[in-house]
Ligand binder design. Sequence first.
Ligand code: GCU
Length: 621
Amino acid sequence: MRILISALILACGTAHAQPADEELSEMGTRVLDREALGQERPVRAPTMENVLSRKRQDLSGEWRYLIDPMRAGLRKGNARRDFWRDRVADPRGDLIEYEWDSAPTINVPGDWNAQIEQLRWYEDLLWYRHTFDAKPKPGHRYFLHFEGASYKTYPHLNGEELPMHEGGFTPFEYEVTDLLRAGDNSLVVAVDARHGRQSVPGDYTDWKNYGGITRPVHLVEVPETFIRDYRVSLSEDRAAIEIEVHLDGPDAGETDVALTLGGIAAAERTRGDGTVMLRLERGDLALWSPQTPALHPFTVRTEADAVDDRIGLRDVDVQGTQVLLNGKPIFIRGISLHEEALGEIGTRAMDDDAVRALLRHAKDLNANFVRLAHYPHNERMVRVAEEMGLMVWSEVPIYWEVIDYSSPYTMALARRMQAASIHRDYNRANIVVWSVANETPITDPRNAFLGVLMDDARAIGGDRMISAALNKAEKDGDQITVTDPLGAELDLLAVNEYEGWYGSRKLDQVPDVRWSSIYDKPMMFSEFGAGALHGYRERDATIRWSEDYQAEFYAKTLEMVEQVPNLVGISPWVLKDFRSPRRWHGRFQDYWNRKGLISETGERKVAFDVLADWYERKAEE
Ligand code: GCU
């Protein structure tokens, strides 16, 4: 299953104007034209590869902020509140009703919910301002790069408005070469956490909608002609390595590119469009796997630019009902998790240490796989998982029935979001699944909408399995059959199941449940779980919310798992308790989803060892 990325058509995804609400009702039934939409492959996100390894000024730190729940600042034309002009009032001059230098401060990166008590549940508009010193050099170009901000971002640099970005979980950037000043620069950014009926995700989720500039912001310096991106792919027979490099700038064509991977060198001259394909023999370069997560030093350079990376090489295939990694069948010992750091409050902001602290628990579970639910996590999460030998399920937030599957606007947005995620992580060997959805309704509009996303992921996503977490199955007593038509197009079937937690089935009936599907494909459970408050113990394991119930749920569910034909893995829900506005129970939840195997501060529940022991035995099979 090898798809070589062709030189992508960098046609911009046509951004549709968001339709007025009254249009939405009739649009709910429209089935988008998958074939026509497939004619224009989405642009890979216009962000350069591997920003973290480039010359950059990290703009993290204390920024000023103003809260704007009436969204006054977006109503242009009133000098009293033109925050982006960053004006200083003349006490005898015109009335200005803001003053940045006396505004309070907030840390960037970081959601405002965790940092400011009065904004704990705020999901509207907030303005940031940061001033920074720059020394732009002639013959260089400058990009303002956001690793992520949620949900809509309106940047302004030195009083100039930059295009609004929509999407809370993928990087975006702007070339600011002509706007940057020598000396002091003023960056004013409005972030709107509000989701609507056309947004992705929709306006109803089982996780907290953290708002703000949640990931770092960088000012990146590159030469006039620079290395925009590179794509490393292992050939089907695992003997050769194909590397596509794409330069950007006036001298992109007919330019010499040299690279080394694991000490093996190659060099070629780019074509007129600035792209070049180089091919190496793998030789004895070690393959990446959970047991041996080998990463090889990689450098690509031109006369003017050079980018370093660490690259893993591996091959994923589906053969019949098995998943093969590097030609050998694997069993996925997974765990699902949200992008939320350990801690009593709950925050989206995660630096390297926070990522390592969380993924350590996954390794202690004897896991070899993490489902990064339900949206693209920050880049560190993927890279640290790669170093640790954890395969990754990467997902776009096409979540539940609240997505408008009939809307061209939402379709274009979802495509750009998926392309941005794929573009950022294409070279991460540990990503083995691109998931296009979670628990979506079986309707014609949804089938067409997800069909477009699957076609895109297959075209630009490289050597991965395409999947989606399904949750609509046909139940007949103890027999449950997966018949979702989407299954016909997935490489890997994945099912969320909660027998013994949701619904009427009792724990002692769970081992009698028999699963099957109408497809002759590998299948995994992408979710199962039960809630428990850490520290709440009961002798009677049938009492909900106790750690004992959760442990019994896992024991009974694992008995059921062992009966499922073609099962290639599980990724239980969920590693850590996480914030959710839908979890109200005062004694047991307190606005936390308590299906974690560890509490929000990392305390292990009894079920942790039930799964860890089962995985340890599975690993020895
Ligand atoms: C669903 C959903 C999760 C949710 C979980 C739950 O399966 O995919 O996002 O948190 O159920 O009910 O806890």
